[in-house]
Design a protein around this ligand. Structure first.
Ligand SMILES: NC(=O)c1ccc[n+]([C@@H]2O[C@H](COP(=O)([O-])OP(=O)(O)OC[C@H]3O[C@@H](n4cnc5c(N)ncnc54)[C@H](OP(=O)(O)O)[C@@H]3O)[C@@H](O)[C@H]2O)c1
Length: 351
């Protein structure tokens, strides 16, 4: 019997963009409780860069098809799946827990020991077809474009969990968001503004600062040409900053604790510039600060975020689109720090 084949990106060994191999693979079959999605669009995240390059001390299950964010239509359902007709427009919540646990039951499945992410712990959406758990499907309204539906789940969920759940950001607070053009930060700025906060961004070029202001930030500083610490102090005055959203790490986090107001919160979901750093703990206790870690978020939060996106209250930003065959160029674009917002792969394409 001849098997149906599909195009997929595969990483067999970590490396540069040459590690992204385009291959023909068997179209995957959905098991019980699973759905096969015909992928239309997949958005890159920095996570895809880590999967490709590798992370010291961390083992990815290679070979792997990357892609944690993707949209498309339902192609086939496994046993026991109802309510998802063929052709239904969907995007996918990127995280899942397969076992029952107290964390999953409480809604915080990202804290479960068996938590996984499509494209990181199992095959993802940089392929013509992907199989996902039915509970991870998010119905995309007819009027909402599928490319934008691929461009929000992971980053808006992460930013929501940081700004809303971890930091409980209040409307009267000042929020500093680093790297205005990153996927997570585009989302964090919009979420902090939706809450009514006063928001300042840092970025590595004047163009990105301008785009950060257009994305809703009230203030911005180019950290390459200006002293960003001084600019933040001028903005936040003697009181300081209430919330800092950080995923840059070594280059920004140690200064952050000195910029916070009493009772301030610094939340981190990543360390793009480096994980090892010297941190002065004195301001942490004498100003009663919280330094909070954050990873992904629950399915309930994902659904709330999707509602806000589909209602036009949060708006994913697309930087550029590449055909699947140009996945290496898409990685270069994200890795070069030139992108503002999401870099998309067109797979089946369409609206
Ligand atoms: N824990 C979680 O749940 C979670 C979820 C999402 C993302 N993350 C992490 O958060 C970080 C951001 O993710 P993302 O997808 O939003 O990233 P992205 O879209 O690729 O943006 C990263 C931005 O970080 C800035 N940056 C600062 N130092 C950098 C360096 N040494 N190398 C590269 N970029 C640097 C750059 O902006 P400038 O040039 O303006 O400085 C760059 O545009 C990543 O580390 C990612 O792994 C974690």
């Amino acid at each position: 019997m001849s098997r149906r084949l599909m195009r997929a990106v595969r990483v067999h060994a970590h490396g540069g963009t040459e590690a992204l191999q385009l291959e023909d693979l068997a179209v995957p079959e959905p098991g019980p409780g699973e759905v096969r999605v015909r992928v239309a669009w997949s958005a890159l995240n920095h996570l895809d860069v880590w999967v490709r390059k590798g992370v010291p001390g961390h083992k990815f299950p290679l070979p792997l098809t990357p892609g944690c964010d993707f949209s498309g239509s339902v192609d086939a359902c496994g046993a026991g799946v109802t309510g998802w007709p063929e052709g239904a427009r969907v995007c996918v919540a990127p995280g899942f827990a397969t076992q029952q646990s107290a964390e999953a039951a409480s809604g915080d499945h990202q804290l479960a020991r068996d938590y996984g992410i499509y494209g990181e712990t199992c095959d993802g959406g940089n392929a013509e077809y992907a199989v996902v758990r039915a509970e991870n499907l998010i119905a995309v309204p007819e009027a909402f474009p599928l490319d934008l539906a691929a461009a929000f789940p992971l980053t808006f969920l992460t930013a929501w969990h940081m700004v809303v759940e971890r930091c409980a950001t209040q409307p009267w607070e000042k929020v500093l968001v680093h790297a205005a053009g990153s996927g997570v930060s585009v989302a964090a700025v919009q979420i902090a503004k939706l809450l009514g906060a006063d928001v300042m961004v840092t970025a590595g070029s004047d163009e990105k600062v301008a785009k950060g202001l257009a994305n809703g930030a009230d203030h911005g500083v180019n950290y390459r040409t200006d002293d960003w610490v001084k600019s933040v102090k001028e903005w936040s005055g003697k009181r300081g900053v209430d919330v800092i959203v950080d995923h840059v790490g070594r280059d920004t986090l140690p200064q952050g604790v000195w910029l916070l107001a009493k009772g301030g919160r610094l939340v981190t979901c990543g360390v793009t510039s480096g994980a090892q750093m010297e941190l002065n703990f004195a301001p942490i206790f004498f100003k009663s600060l919280s330094v909070l870690g954050s990873t992904m978020g629950g399915l309930g939060e994902m659904k709330r975020v999707a509602e806000l996106v589909f209602a036009g209250k949060l708006n994913p930003l697309v930087d550029s689109r590449f055909p699947l065959a140009e996945v290496a160029a898409a990685h270069d674009k994200l890795g070069s720090r030139e992108a503002f917002g999401k870099v998309l792969l067109e797979i089946g394409g369409g609206r």
